[in-house]
Design a binder for this molecule. Structure first.
Ligand SMILES: Nc1ncnc2c1ncn2[C@@H]1O[C@H](COP(=O)(O)OP(=O)(O)O)[C@@H](O)[C@H]1O
Ligand SMILES: [Mg+2]
Length: 285
């Protein structure tokens, strides 16, 4: 081969390698964009679902709230009446027994049931309330700590809590709503751990966002269940209302943030909350 031909072959080889690398680069870019489009699509679908169910939920919650209030106040009064009536000295012994053994548990059980409905109605109202977010500058680590103290009694015997608080900046957020989100996720995590396990609470930040990761070593979420967990009323639990995550998702979206999940069945689940450090500024990418 003449030196000139060798040079040409070399040049062609370099060009071919260049094209190959360029092709790989663009293929990767296209895959990344595809993934992004799919994610945005999924978010849009979720937001639409939330909007229609939110309107419905607001109506139902409003209608139920009034009768529920007098039901609770009457049941409470009834439970007190039964209690004081049973102490009446002139009362017939048989009647006293009926009052104490039948009526009293009935009244307290009904009251408990009504209070549970109240909690669901209140969740529904938060879920559908779009504009009443009252943001203040707050420290996410502090909100995590106060949330943890609310559930501590319930989880302390079976859960080891690991904390890794790295976030330093404050974020504009509604403390009650944010605490509700963290509570829902931590409670779900603890419910997913049947015997003993670990919940890790980690906070971090980058230039624009503060991030909270709540990981558990619980049951994990099967692949076919994963797309449904943010849907209102979806629950795999016997007595689950299925509102915790949809309420949480809604709250985080109202804060211009993001709520994501990753799960490995049998190994555990990670929920990641991303919240912007400045109002009106949107997250990652
Ligand atoms: N940390 C978790 N580990 C396993 N499954 C979870 C976890 N968090 C949520 N889930 C699943 O998502 C469903 C919906 O959760 P949620 O909206 O809080 O409703 P609920 O707790 O009332 O069932 C749960 O029933 C459960 O199947
Ligand atoms: Mg829940």
């Amino acid at each position: 081969m003449t030196p000139c031909a060798g040079l040409i072959v070399g040049l062609i080889a370099v060009l071919a390698a260049g094209f190959f690398l360029l092709k790989k680069y663009y293929e990767k870019k296209i895959r990344e964009k595809d993934k992004l489009v799919k994610e945005v699509e999924a978010q849009l679908i979720q937001t639409e679902k939330m909007a229609s169910v939110g309107t419905l939920a607001a109506g139902i919650a409003h209608e139920i709230n009034n009768p529920l209030s007098f039901l609770i106040s009457n049941l409470d009064a009834m439970a007190n009446y039964v209690q004081s009536l049973s102490k009446e000295p002139s009362l017939d012994a048989g009647l006293r027994k009926t009052l104490l053994e039948d009526f009293r548990p009935m009244a307290t059980e009904s009251l408990e049931g009504a209070l549970r409905i109240k909690k669901i109605v209140s969740d529904l109202r938060t879920f559908s309330r779009r504009s009443e977010t009252k943001k203040v500058l707050l420290d996410i680590n502090q909100i995590l700590e106060s949330t943890l103290s609310i559930v501590w009694n319930e989880i302390k015997y079976k859960i080891t809590v690991v904390k890794d608080y790295q976030a330093k900046s404050s974020i504009p957020a509604d403390p009650t709503q944010l605490s509700q989100v963290l509570l829902n996720i931590v409670l779900n995590a603890s419910q997913a751990i049947s015997d003993k396990g670990t919940i890790t609470l980690a906070t971090s930040e980058d230039e624009k966002n503060v991030c909270v990761k709540i990981s558990d070593t619980g049951s994990g979420i099967p692949k076919e269940v994963l797309p449904k967990i943010f849907d209102p009323f979806f629950s795999t639990k016997k007595a689950g209302a299925g509102l915790g995550l949809s309420v949480s998702y809604n709250i985080i979206k109202q804060h211009a943030g993001d709520l994501k999940v990753e799960s490995a069945p049998g190994r555990g689940t990670v929920f990641t909350i991303t919240l912007p450090k400045k109002s009106g500024e949107n997250k990652t990418q």
